[in-house]
Ligand binder design. Structure first.
Ligand code: CAA
Length: 380
């Protein structure tokens, strides 16, 4: 097992770290205050090739390896978990389903636009009464001539108000359970399709989380992804990989909070010496760093398996659960290190704490990750 990154991967880390510091950090206050989607940052990320990192050059991507993609989410999320999730959802579940399950025509039509950042991608699985029980969805798609007519609604859709294309899941045969679900590429201007309410969230300000409404939405039959009935498999297979992205977002949040806590503990003097030199704080930092290192190992191990083309659903779920729990623990402790200042908006740890919470919930709650892990163990 190699624990060293390659020269290319180190270069990606440096490039993204500089980008995050120079281009993203100055925009954070605006995103926090106005909850505005960072279109300008995304445009620049497109120019840097960051919106299609693991996508083949033939489809407009950067054709870097999967580990480099995970490094990019990791580094961006240290500074802005908001931009981290926009990138992860756009690539892992907004673009990859077309690349892996689309026909050549669909791939040529949509992937280059997504990979260059001209289009932002979204993934619409969750419904008001179908969250963890994703197969319990009620949105329907009925074939009429050369179209499917979609009716229903989706909620909590990341990139909802900003996307040009949505991977939408709907029931085409209600008698078949999960095997009666199909996947569609839905363009934003589709007649009968509208973006609904935008959520006001605890954290991840600047990321657009919305409802989607399908009222006799007319989707060309040519936009069916794969075959009828393949939708649930498409969703699950892409979530297997997508969860490594969210795990990396959690890792970035933990690393960011730890860096801020160490810097502050070295500066802040109480009882005549820096608080870092007091054992109560030194031990806390040691625990935070150890847990973050363990998360790093799980995240990059899952990424390395994926990079090698090995099935990694088990490792992805373990990484997602552990790294996002780590994000929550480390940001909680970081606030404690900062004391009263940590509870104010003057320092970034309270923002990272608010941003961390949802990572334990979306892309499959950490209870669902345990379900997936236990299913793998029992089926061995
Ligand atoms: N890969 C490929 N196919 C799979 C699969 C996988 N990992 N898991 C399941 N399937 C397919 C199989 O064909 C399976 O059929 P077989 O039994 O013949 O193998 C079929 O799906 C049904 O599988 P299950 O019986 O396991 O399905 P289930 O109804 O029990 O659900 C679940 C399983 C794991 C709980 C699933 O519903 C789930 O993952 N729920 C969480 C939903 C989720 O993650 N939502 C995230 C939304 S996206 C998001 O959050 C993005 C964001 O904003 C950050």
């Amino acid at each position: 097992m190699h624990l060293q990154f390659t020269e290319e991967q180190d270069m990606m880390r440096k490039m993204v770290r500089d980008f995050a510091r120079e281009e993203i950090a100055p925009q954070i206050e605006k995103m926090e205050e106005n909850d505005e989607f960072p279109y300008e940052i995304i445009r620049k990320m497109g120019e840097y090739g960051l919106m299609g990192i693991p996508i083949p050059e033939a489809y407009g991507g950067s054709e870097a390896d999967f580990i480099s993609y995970i490094i990019a989410i990791n580094e961006i999320s240290k500074v802005s978990p908001t931009v981290g999730v926009i990138l992860s959802v756009h690539t892992s579940v907004g673009t990859n389903p077309i690349l892996y399950f689309g026909n050549e025509e669909q791939k040529k039509k949509y992937v280059p636009k997504l990979a260059t950042g001209e289009y932002i991608g979204a993934f619409a699985l969750t419904e008001p009464s179908a969250g963890s029980d994703a197969a319990g969805m009620r949105t329907t798609a009925v074939k009429q001539g050369d179209k499917y007519i979609l009716n229903g609604s989706k909620i909590f859709i990341t990139n909802g108000g900003a996307a040009s294309t949505y991977i939408v899941f709907a029931v085409t045969d209600s008698s078949k359970g999960p095997k009666g679900i199909s996947a569609f590429i839905v363009e934003k201007d589709t007649p009968g399709f509208t973006v609904g309410k935008k959520e006001k969230k605890m954290g991840l300000h600047g990321s657009s989380t919305t409802e989607l409404i399908f009222d006799n939405a007319e989707v060309p039959a040519a936009n069916l992804l794969g075959e009828e009935g393949m939708g649930f498999t498409i969703a699950m297979a892409n979530l297997d990989v997508g969860r490594i992205g969210i795990a990396s977002q959690g890792l970035g949040i933990a690393e960011g909070a730890l860096e801020h806590a160490i810097a502050y503990a070295k500066e802040r003097v109480q009882f005549g010496k820096p608080i870092a030199a007091q054992q109560g704080i030194g031990f806390k930092l040691a625990d935070m760093a150890t847990q973050t290192e363990a998360a790093r190992m799980l995240v990059y191990r899952a990424a390395a398996l994926r990079n090698a083309g090995v099935k990694c659903g088990l490792e992805a779920s373990m990484a997602k659960k552990f790294a996002t729990d780590t994000a929550m623990k480390v940001t909680t402790e970081a606030i404690q290190v900062f004391g009263g200042y940590g509870y104010t908006r003057e320092y970034p740890v309270e923002r990272l704490f608010r941003d961390a919470k949802v990572t334990q919930i979306y892309e499959g709650t950490n209870q669902i990750q345990r379900l997936v892990i236990s299913k793998h163990l029992l089926n061995k």
